[in-house]
Design a protein around this ligand. Structure first.
Ligand SMILES: NC(=O)C1=CN([C@@H]2O[C@H](COP(=O)(O)OP(=O)(O)OC[C@H]3O[C@@H](n4cnc5c(N)ncnc54)[C@H](OP(=O)(O)O)[C@@H]3O)[C@@H](O)[C@H]2O)C=CC1
Ligand SMILES: CC(=O)[C@H](N)C(=O)O
Length: 257
């Protein structure tokens, strides 16, 4: 049966690659982002190249009602979302007290609140049908506190914890929830988050490789997925045993420009 995937942040980076992967496998796609022109172009390309159905929903996930609007749109069009990929997210760089508070509210809305709302709205139907998959794109940043990314790293800690908790809640239902925790990835995220020059991205991975890893982990129903084995080992078996003061010095240094 053709499965429909709703992918947020599908106009660029990792989300764009998720859309290509799913369409290549014959899946229908709902593309969500702000850039309607880019999404329309991508929709045309995917439909002609893979003979799948593609819908475009242009929505700003920084808006409080964005998730409800997206849900009402798919409901109104009779679209059953079998796979939800909450990929959209924004970064940050700088000392907390020097940040614009509205920008932080937007980051929290996009990275946490809209992700939560979309998960709530679509998970209910998946559990009722006893099938479905959710992939929440988190980050290795969620495993450690990061000076200059204080709210971003906290937002990803939320995504990783939230995803595991609801995965266990619905485990008997046939629905799986996966948190994908990439390391540095070479996308527009770096420029958009004013992160350019930070040594953390010196060995950034490709968006394509991260999406492939995340998609496979989602299909296997993994709880928490890393795109690199060394990161999985480090964040699961090394970092938890390090002194907090040492981790803070290490993350601060990694973000230094
Ligand atoms: N790049 C990296 O190093 C890492 C990224 N991640 C995570 O991966 C995910 C994808 O990031 P990545 O692909 O790298 O970033 P990109 O900046 O390349 O893509 C971000 C996507 O999110 C969309 N987006 C941004 N703001 C909004 C908004 N307000 N409303 C709706 N959509 C929005 C953008 O579309 P548009 O502008 O058209 O709205 C774009 O499609 C994020 O959750 C990020 O935290 C995790 C670890 C590392
Ligand atoms: C390199 C990082 O801080 C992290 N992976 C992120 O930006 O999400």
């Amino acid at each position: 049966m053709t499965q429909t995937a709703l992918i947020t942040g599908a106009s660029n980076g990792i989300g764009l690659e998720f859309a290509k992967i799913h369409a290549q496998k014959g899946g229908n796609v709902v593309l969500v982002a702000r850039s309607e022109d880019k999404l329309a172009q991508l929709a045309q390309e995917l439909e002609s190249q893979y003979n799948v159905k593609v819908w475009v929903i242009a929505q700003d996930l920084a808006q409080p009602n964005a998730a409800q609007t997206i849900f009402e749109t798919t409901e109104a069009q009779g679209i059953t979302v079998d796979i939800l990929i909450n990929n959209a997210g924004v970064g940050e760089y700088g000392l907390f007290i020097e940040q614009d508070l509205q920008d932080k509210h937007n980051l929290i809305q996009i990275n946490m609140t809209s992700l939560t709302d979309l998960t709530y709205l679509y998970l209910k139907g998946m559990v009722a049908c006893k099938q479905g998959k959710i992939l929440n794109v988190s980050s290795t940043a969620g495993f450690v506190p990061i000076p200059t990314q204080a709210i971003y790293s906290s937002s990803k800690a939320y995504v990783t914890t939230f995803s595991q908790a609801i995965a266990e809640e619905v485990r008997e239902s046939g629905v799986t929830v996966t948190a994908l925790c990439p390391g540095a990835v070479a996308t527009g995220f770096v420029e958009a988050g004013n992160l350019q020059g930070s040594s953390a991205w010196k060995n950034a991975q490709s968006a394509k490789s991260v999406a492939e890893c995340g998609y496979q982990a989602m299909m296997r129903g993994e709880l928490v997925a890393f795109n690199e084995g060394k990161l999985k080992f480090m964040f699961n078996w090394i970092m938890p045993f390090m002194p907090r003061s040492f981790i803070l010095k290490m993350t601060k240094q990694a973000m230094a420009k």
